[in-house]
Design a protein. Structure first.
Length: 114
């Protein structure tokens, strides 16, 4: 499904659902700050189990926000910014649209033509 701005609405929905969880946001913060990390390393910095971290990483991966790279027995995860960038662009366009609408309401309320 594509929205009126040409973006992939399903991808944006997937990112927003993934970012709705504070643990997943924290995982993204950790990966952004420290680069690649394993689920075990990430779990050491969070109050959840390694298994919970793996499940959260799977949601982030499905949303295109992280990717896993297997190196031997380890899977190292890293941030993939493209999906987040696309969502930020969509949010920026939405905010600009609301700014235009609010400016119009203000002009009407103040009796300005326009």
């Amino acid at each position: 499904m594509t929205d009126e701005r040409g973006g992939d609405a399903e991808a944006v929905d997937s990112v927003l659902v993934a970012l709705a969880d504070p643990t997943r946001r924290r995982l993204l913060d950790l990966l952004a700050a420290h680069g690649e990390a394993t689920a075990t390393t990430l779990a050491e910095r969070l109050p959840v189990s390694r298994q919970a971290v793996v499940k959260h990483l799977a949601v982030l991966d499905a949303a295109g926000l992280v990717s896993g790279n297997r190196i031997g027995r380890e899977v190292r995860y890293a941030v993939r910014p493209a999906a987040l960038d696309a969502t930020a662009r969509w949010m920026g366009a939405l905010a600009a649209d609301w700014d235009r609408r609010l400016a119009h309401v203000k002009r009407v309320a103040e009796g300005e033509p326009g």
